[in-house]
Design a protein around this ligand. Structure first.
Ligand code: 13P
Length: 252
């Protein structure tokens, strides 16, 4: 069985003052029977978020980590630092990091390895640009980007398919487009991680997920959850997406 996973990526939003009421509501609404729920705030909000989520069914993750365990890397945060705080997850390879901060397939792979070394679970992001989709390159891009999964521990891994053209645009992939990409990623995971790991791997969809499109996306057999940006900033909207998700579905 695969337990669905619904993750909030708050990106560079939120203040200590603003998250208290949000998280108190969320921890009240999330129980053990539905999907797994993770909230990924900016680094500065991790201690406050961890305090409120402590002992609840809501896990907390970061949005990035460095590939070294420590060192002269001004402005960076290492995975063991996140683990020391009590974070359980980290997003790696997000397209905004690839677009604006020089992230490559190689650095994303190294970050994912560092995260798992520290015991953190990774949400590994990949996805094609509009130009690549229009050129018919989607599956080739996913094959190239997913090479980073080789050598990762499947027990500490989820993959997020986030087509770049769907992020923050209000234009989500259709359920059929998402299913096609997810099925291809699961086949690829089978080659890289083995059939058993691929069958239990959670593959999330991200890109303009909203309460009104979550149900149809999450109904696809290979869409095991969502990585939600803008719509996760409103706790009611995020809870509506959580409630649209099946708790568990049979693995392949
Ligand atoms: P939006 O939900 O705002 O499109 O962002 C998706 C995303 O980038 C999640 O990581």
């Amino acid at each position: 069985m695969r337990r669905c996973l619904i993750a909030a990526n708050w990106k560079m939003h939120g203040t200590v003052a603003s998250i208290e009421a949000y998280l108190e509501t969320l921890v009240e609404r999330v129980g053990p029977d539905g999907p797994e729920v993770v909230v990924c705030p900016p680094f500065t909000l991790l201690p406050a978020a961890l305090l409120i989520a402590s002992g609840s069914e809501v896990a907390v993750g970061a949005q990035n980590c460095h590939w070294a365990d420590a060192g002269a890397f001004t402005g960076e945060v290492a995975a063991p630092m996140l683990a020391e705080l009590g974070a359980q997850w980290v997003i790696v390879g997000h397209s905004e990091r690839r677009q604006h901060f020089g992230e490559t397939d190689e650095t994303a792979a190294a970050r994912a390895k560092a995260a798992q070394r520290a015991g953190l679970s990774v949400i590994f992001c990949l996805g094609e640009t509009l130009e690549q989709r229009d050129a018919g390159e989607t599956l080739a891009v996913l094959e190239r980007q997913s090479a980073a999964l080789a050598g990762l521990d499947p027990a500490l891994l989820a993959v997020a398919y986030e087509p770049v053209w769907a992020i923050g645009t209000g234009r989500n992939a259709t359920p059929a487009q998402a299913q096609e990409a997810h099925a291809a990623l699961r086949r690829r995971a089978g080659e890289l991680l083995g059939a058993e790991a691929a069958g239990t791997l959670r593959i999330l969809y991200g890109g303009s997920v909203k309460p009104d499109n979550a149900l149809s996306l999450l109904a696809q057999s290979d869409v095991d959850g969502a990585l939600v940006g803008g719509a996760s900033l409103d706790v009611e909207g995020f809870c509506a997406i959580i409630h649209a998700a099946p708790g568990r579905r049979p693995g392949a």
